[in-house]
Ligand binder design. Structure first.
Ligand SMILES: *Cc1c(COP(=O)(O)O)cnc(C)c1O
Length: 391
């Protein structure tokens, strides 16, 4: 048996896509697929969006990379846009979700170090979480599948049941510096924080002088119908991480922070070579301009409602295949009564792409540019897939 040149750390479907347009992908064999996975919530504006293509091409002819030894005007502009439309006073750029989380956790520890409480270096985290695949983020996520084989997990995280305020309170100790959660657990199976939970965590953090860090790597940039998911809860975090949708397919991550937290990062405290390079910033600015354009987020909410209602009907019609649905905006989960992989494969046969998640869930994460036409097309394909699986 010869070793494939490409490492086999992914369970890939045997499809290779050649080009895309909006919510549609075309494979090398010519088959077309309706993309309700969007590269795992990344292609926020779908494929080959003219505004993104133009922004990337214009920047590509000028400058790709200069490093953070120098000013990068694009970073200043994207940061100003994010600050103008969020709780944040200041922004740090990196290239991926886990890097954003790593920076956020380091920032929280540094805040307490600088305040003369260096012993406060532990984080309260939630069961079913996903924060990335670095040593810190696999320990924060606590998923045995991600930890097994990689030695002693970093000991900095105290895990509580997601949504349980009593457990959160009981987990706080003299070493706690922050609570670190996703507003809607994505990989965990599209589990929205229960009503009042984020408010409860915010109040608890204020009461104990702790920081609230929200991982909005998946929920951010319009996915739930608001620019960030925390807006639904009527609270603000101290630190927030974003990535997936921010570059619309170009790798970029960001840490948004209040002034107090951002001051913990001084020259030399943290950094990355590629973070916020001119290409990434040109695209991120274009994504934000589009997502923040009048009516865009309202449409995401409206189309998301339509999708949610249609999924409810589907669940009622195919109880032997589907056990329920949850989510908000264009972040929806189908809880499967059959193995989720079976539903996802059946959908793929019908030309519809979904993404698996824990809890036997199939995720629907379409590009935010879809309209009811694409919802109708997706539901038709889902119906056909359910019909093949129904007993
Ligand atoms: C995808 C994801 C991450 C990790 O992002 P990477 O870019 O894969 O490192 C972290 N947190 C959440 C909530 C995610 O969905």
């Amino acid at each position: 048996m010869t070793m494939p040149a490409l490492m086999e750390n992914y369970a890939r479907a045997d499809i290779a896509f050649e080009h895309g347009q909006g919510a549609w992908l075309t494979a090398r064999d010519g088959r077309r697929y309706l993309d309700f996975g969007a590269g795992i919530a990344v292609n926020a504006l779908g494929h080959a969006h003219p505004r993104l293509v133009a922004a990337l091409q214009a920047q590509a002819g000028k400058l790709w990379h200069t490093s953070n030894l120098y000013r990068v005007p694009g970073q200043e502009q994207v940061a100003e846009t994010l600050v103008a439309h969020s709780f944040a006073d200041s922004v740090y750029f990196c290239s991926t979700g886990l890097e954003a989380n790593e920076a956020a956790l380091k920032m929280a520890r540094k805040v307490f170090h600088d305040a003369g409480q260096p012993e406060r270096d532990r984080f309260v985290v939630a069961g079913g979480a996903f924060h990335g695949r670095s040593f810190a983020s696999i320990a924060a996520g606590g998923n045995p599948k991600h930890l097994d084989g990689f030695g002693t997990p970093m000991d900095a995280f105290d895990r509580v049941a997601f949504g349980n305020m009593n457990e959160a309170r009981n987990a706080i100790g003299a070493q706690t510096c922050a609570v670190f959660v996703e507003p809607v657990q994505g990989e965990g199976g599209i589990r929205p924080a229960p009503e009042g939970y984020l408010r409860g965590l915010r109040d608890m953090c204020d009461e104990y002088g702790l920081l609230l860090i929200l991982d909005e790597v998946q929920t951010g940039i319009g996915r739930t119908g608001t620019l960030f998911a925390y807006e639904h809860a009527g609270i603000t975090p101290d630190i927030l991480t974003a990535a997936k949708g921010l570059g619309g397919g170009f790798p970029v991550g960001a840490v948004l922070a209040t002034e107090r937290c951002a001051r913990a990062f001084t020259p030399g405290s943290h950094g990355t070579t590629f973070g916020g390079n001119p290409l990434a910033m040109a695209v991120a600015q274009a994504v934000l301009d589009e997502v923040l354009s009048p009516g865009f987020l309202e449409r995401v909410s409206r189309v998301g409602e339509t999708l949610g209602t249609a999924l409810d009907r589907l669940v009622a019609d195919y109880p032997s295949v589907l056990a329920g649905t949850r989510g908000l905006g264009l972040m929806r989960g189908l809880i499967c009564a059959v193995p989720n992989g079976d539903l996802i494969a059946a959908c793929r046969d019908q030309g519809l792409l979904l993404v698996p998640a824990s809890d036997n869930v199939a995720r629907l994460l379409p590009p935010l540019i879809i309209d009811t036409t694409e919802v109708d097309a997706a539901i038709e394909k889902l119906r056909a897939a359910c019909a093949t699986l129904a007993n």
